[in-house]
Design a binder for this molecule. Structure first.
Ligand SMILES: NC(=O)c1ccc[n+]([C@@H]2O[C@H](COP(=O)([O-])OP(=O)(O)OC[C@H]3O[C@@H](n4cnc5c(N)ncnc54)[C@H](OP(=O)(O)O)[C@@H]3O)[C@@H](O)[C@H]2O)c1
Length: 258
């Protein structure tokens, strides 16, 4: 019996990915901090779809947390064929004014936890005939963003890491994909302190369910980079072509905190 493990599965995009994978017949392991939400979602999914759903409450920012999750899977003989590194958060504001501790926590969750989980789950994933790793980055991966500097940098890291890893592991039966969503309905804006930008997000935002469906479809097709939605695709294409000095100045204007 094989399982898909999803981090940050208690809310937003991760929760929608859990439903999407369950609807395609995958057994699930859900991870996040909110034990109560995980228990509720697990019961709901198991009731709705004929799949097994386990959950593990963990704060992935804590040192050694990734190993705890890996060890728990090993102890229970959970064989993974899909690892979705989705948990992540951003912080909006001037680098020098945002608390250093929160910025380091964001780097830990968005990068170190992903690297730790991926490294420690590869031996498990290798036992599957075909396995997938899906990393959730952002369109922010395509440019430097003033007032969102750490977040954009962590997502650039994730995209670059995913692309390299796919070339390393693809031939060995593990496909690595990276999904780069644009604005998506979730608790992300609130956590990032970006409620002031909410109106623009409401106009251009996608539902977490649409992002999840596109992400999983792309992953199963073996796509390296998945950009959900036409607006985001066009924006990412324009960013790749336009001079950085201009795109980053425009981004600075959009994201500047007044
Ligand atoms: N929404 C957007 O506009 C957008 C756009 C592009 C990319 N993304 C990316 O999409 C991913 C999911 O974000 P979202 O939009 O779905 O936001 P969200 O609704 O805030 O969900 C974040 C998820 O991560 C979990 N999480 C947060 N801190 C954690 C920790 N320390 N340890 C373990 N789990 C933790 C949360 O669960 P608990 O609170 O229960 O721990 C939750 O399940 C993130 O990587 C984000 O950067 C979002």
């Amino acid at each position: 019996m094989e399982y898909a493990l999803i981090t940050g599965a208690s809310k937003g995009i991760g929760k929608a990915i859990a439903y999407e994978l369950a609807s395609r017949g995958n057994n699930l392991i859900l991870a996040a901090r909110s034990e109560d939400l995980l228990a509720k979602i697990s019961a709901e999914i198991a009731r709705k779809y004929a799949v097994k759903v386990e959950h593990f409450a963990v704060d992935l920012i804590e040192p050694g947390a990734a190993k705890k999750l890996v060890d728990w899977c090993t102890e229970n003989n959970y064989q993974l064929n899909i690892l979705v590194n989705n948990a992540g958060f951003g912080l909006w504001g001037s680098f020098d004014k945002l608390p250093l501790e929160r910025q380091l926590a964001s780097m830990n969750l968005n990068m170190s936890a992903v690297v730790s989980l991926t490294h420690q789950f590869i031996p498990n994933l290798r036992k599957s005939k075909k396995a997938y790793i899906l990393n959730v980055a952002s369109v922010a991966a395509f440019l430097a963003i003033p007032s969102f500097s750490i977040y954009a940098a962590t997502k650039s890291f994730l995209l670059s890491f995913s692309r390299s890893l796919n070339l390393e592991l693809g031939r060995k039966g593990i496909v690595v994909s990276c999904v780069c969503p644009g604005s998506t309905e979730s608790e992300f804006l609130e956590t990032a302190g970006m409620n002031d930008l909410g109106k623009a997000a409401d106009t251009f935002g996608m539902s977490a369910e649409s992002v999840a469906e596109i992400a999983i479809r792309g992953m199963l097709k073996g796509k390296t980079e998945i950009i959900p939605g036409l607006i985001n695709k066009v924006a990412a294409g324009a960013l790749k072509l336009s001079p950085r000095a201009i795109s980053e100045r425009v981004a600075g204007k959009i994201y500047s905190k007044r």
